[in-house]
Design a protein around this ligand. Structure first.
Ligand SMILES: *Cc1c(COP(=O)(O)O)cnc(C)c1O
Length: 360
């Protein structure tokens, strides 16, 4: 008997394939590969090493993420998508060839007052309608001028913004944001970037100089209503195994709260994965898993380390058989639709207990 508990299998072939798909969609744009949050749960070092030659820059959310890439030998430029969180980090950023977003006056002031060994490449973040980060449209000229005059800032200042509704293809808000971005950066030299996954897939005129793919690089769609895969292949397969197969009588409940009662004699499979691994607890009964070429429903509550599935009386499953929770066979977008949980949240919430296996 051999039972392998919750494991993500990560495919570098799928990853590289997805980069090619992205390149084809935006052939004139350079790529900032977004690898924040441990590469969306895929393992940042593995992902960064696998794609370093295929992309032009990496995007992260925290300085620690950038430094961990540097310490592992990644030499491509790395952009801090939210900028730096303290002026004391500026010398570290400068010597490590890390680029930074500037989105507020505190960051601007810190750059103006710092004494640095070399200049830093800066991207001015502009709020074109997301209203989360970025300088207001009326402040762009002033910030741009100040950055141009700042001796710590490299002369090729970039412009960056972010869409709030790019996955809504029939909504004109994205077009409005794009127009505002183009308008306010017109007549300024400097490269421009506004499209993340939604913008890349659905708004060709928004690709501009740099695209910033995150979730689509991992073969996952930004929005679960899309009906086709756009040629992307899921990089992650979440698997576990059966640790027990039990005869179950009609009328008996299963698991905490006894919320599901079988209306027939059946066989229940117990799978070694639960919310302690990051599989969501609040899923409806009937949510599918994939075993031996077929879908079977989860029944009863998901517990911390296990969940139960109805295998049916005809089941020939054995202890140790692999169970797929999501992956190519069972799209995560499908699970997102059933549970109402965003694809982004599903993949980033896996816990450190889950084993990682790099295939191919
Ligand atoms: C996370 C992030 C991205 C990537 O977003 P996806 O929707 O996953 O492609 C791009 N740009 C910024 C600023 C981000 O924070």
């Amino acid at each position: 008997m051999m039972v392998k508990p919750a494991t993500v299998k990560i495919s570098s072939v799928a990853l590289k394939h997805n980069i090619q798909v992205i390149r084809q969609k935006a052939p004139h744009s350079k790529i900032i590969a977004v690898v924040k949050a441990n590469a969306y749960g895929h393992g940042v070092l593995f992902v960064a090493s696998a794609v370093e030659k295929l992309v032009d820059c990496f995007g992260v959310a925290r300085l620690e993420e950038a430094l961990s890439l540097r310490s592992q030998g990644i030499t491509k430029p790395i952009l801090l998508l939210e900028g730096f969180f303290s002026e004391q980090y500026l010398p570290i950023i400068a010597v490590n060839n890390i680029q930074t977003v500037v989105h507020n006056k505190e960051q601007l002031l810190a750059l103006q007052q710092a004494e640095l060994p070399n200049k830093i490449k800066v991207w001015l973040k502009i709020d074109t309608g997301m209203h989360r980060l970025g300088v207001a449209l009326e402040q762009v000229d002033e910030f741009y001028q100040q950055l141009q005059n700042c001796p710590n800032v490299e002369s090729d200042i970039g412009f960056i913004s972010h869409f709030s509704r790019a996955d809504e293809t029939d909504c004109d808000y994205t077009q409005k944001q794009l127009e505002a971005f183009l308008q306010v950066t017109k007549d300024k030299k400097g490269e421009r970037s506004i499209a993340a996954s939604g913008g890349i897939l659905f708004w060709e005129n928004a690709h501009l100089d740099w695209i910033r793919p995150g979730i689509i690089m991992y073969g996952v769609l930004p929005d679960n209503s899309a009906t086709h895969t756009q040629g992307l292949i899921p990089v992650m397969t979440l698997t576990s195994s059966l640790i027990a197969i039990r005869d179950h009588k009609k009328g008996e409940p299963v698991g905490y709260g006894g919320i599901w009662i079988s209306d027939k004699n059946t066989k229940i499979g117990v799978v070694a994965i639960g919310y302690g691994d990051g599989y969501p607890r609040n899923i409806p009964t009937g949510t599918p898993v994939y075993i031996n070429g077929r879908f079977v429903p989860i029944v009863g509550r998901v517990s911390m380390d296990m969940l139960t599935v109805d295998l049916g009386t005809e089941s020939e499953e054995k202890v140790g058989d692999e169970v797929i929770l999501w992956g190519k066979e069972l799209p995560i977008e499908e699970l997102s639709k059933i549970t109402g949980i965003l694809t982004y949240e599903l993949i980033t919430k896996l816990t450190p207990r889950v084993l990682t296996e790099y295939i191919d």
